[in-house]
Design a protein around this ligand. Structure first.
Ligand SMILES: Nc1ncnc2c1ncn2[C@@H]1O[C@H](COP(=O)(O)OP(=O)(O)O)[C@@H](O)[C@H]1O
Ligand SMILES: [Mg+2]
Length: 308
């Protein structure tokens, strides 16, 4: 199946000469949840703005369901819902009007039943007649989500949706995302909360300094870059490792009280059974054993740190 979003050699140079995107290539499959991870200033919002047609690319192409986002703005914009990073809404408008109006802006016929459903899903129904300025920050963010869903988009962009929101809203939001996923909506979210990406995404892209460093299946990424460690708490501290263990991913830690065995998630230099047997032969005993696997966060830090 053709990807629903296809980005080729996308560049963006702002008016002041700053290059925010340096040749991005990315395909997004229909129905997937893609998390774009990257530190502040990586270019996430710039990229999203171009796909959504609210900023112009300097070079390259972006196709949404086969339509060019510049030449065929109306067709592509109609398919996309955007929850922007910044809170920008008319403070003197009511929740109901803001959300209904947003549907109209996307060229859809009024559908009060749909607007009601969206507001109910986001626990905004009892606030429908309130003016936006009367709402808390978290409620305003819910309104942004409601606006993005008002026209039943096939693709939803969430730009740092949970930055600075409370736990309840975060949970509500992920419930809404889950429902949308079940309905087949393609979701692209940016975040610098790695746990979030780890929890919710099918694929993860890492962006830094205007470059997409990688895009991988979350589990493949973990398997490829993730490292596993076996940690043995020794009965007696060791002064040094026996020489025959050198170069096998073994290290002493905790003043010689702990043996740490680093092994690749995929290819183990020395099987654990073999290691334990050999430790026994050297009269090295342990009282406790645990394993640890690197998280997406470790991988992210390693990647982004290494790219600087
Ligand atoms: N209008 C602009 N003019 C000049 N530089 C900009 C503009 N908007 C964003 N930038 C710069 O482009 C880079 C990427 O910004 P942005 O896309 O907002 O990153 P992110 O969303 O990943 O934090 C940053 O260095 C930012 O300062
Ligand atoms: Mg941003």
């Amino acid at each position: 199946m053709a990807p629903i979003i296809s980005i080729r050699n996308l560049t963006k140079i702002y008016a002041n000469g700053f290059q925010a995107l340096k040749g991005i290539d990315l395909d997004v499959e229909k129905g997937e949840i893609l998390a774009l991870l990257g530190p502040n200033g990586a270019g996430k919002t710039t990229m999203i703005s171009i796909v959504c047609g609210i900023a112009n690319p300097s070079g390259g192409t972006v196709l949404v369901d086969g339509h060019d986002v510049v030449k065929d703005f109306r067709a592509t914009r109609a398919m996309i819902g955007l929850v922007p990073q910044e809170l920008t809404t008319d403070q003197f408008e009511t929740v109901w009007n803001t959300v209904s109006f947003s549907r109209g802006l996307h060229g859809k016929k009024p559908n009060p039943a749909h607007i009601e459903k969206v507001l109910r899903d986001l626990s905004l129904w009892d606030k429908k007649d309130n003016m936006l300025r009367q709402l808390s920050g978290g409620m305003k963010r819910r309104v942004l989500i409601a606006k993005a869903l008002s026209h039943e988009p096939e693709i939803l962009f969430l730009d740092e949706p949970t930055a600075g929101v409370d736990v309840t809203l975060r949970k509500d939001m992920w419930q809404v995302v889950e429902k949308l996923r079940e309905a087949g909506v393609t979701i692209i979210l940016t975040t610098h909360y790695i746990e979030e990406a780890e929890e919710i995404a099918d694929r993860v892209g890492v962006i830094n300094g205007g470059e997409l460093l990688l895009v991988e299946d979350k589990s493949a990424l973990m398997a490829k870059l993730g490292r596993k460690q076996l940690i043995l708490e020794l009965t007696e501290p060791l002064e040094a490792l026996p020489r025959s263990f050198a170069g096998n991913g073994l290290a002493l830690a905790g003043d010689g009280n702990r043996l740490v065995y680093d092994f690749d998630a995929q290819d183990e230099q020395l099987s654990i059974a073999m290691l334990l047997t050999r430790l026994g032969e050297h009269n090295i005993h342990f009282k406790d054993l645990s394993t640890q696997q690197s998280s997406l966060e470790d991988i992210f830090v390693a990647l982004v740190g290494g790219a600087k």
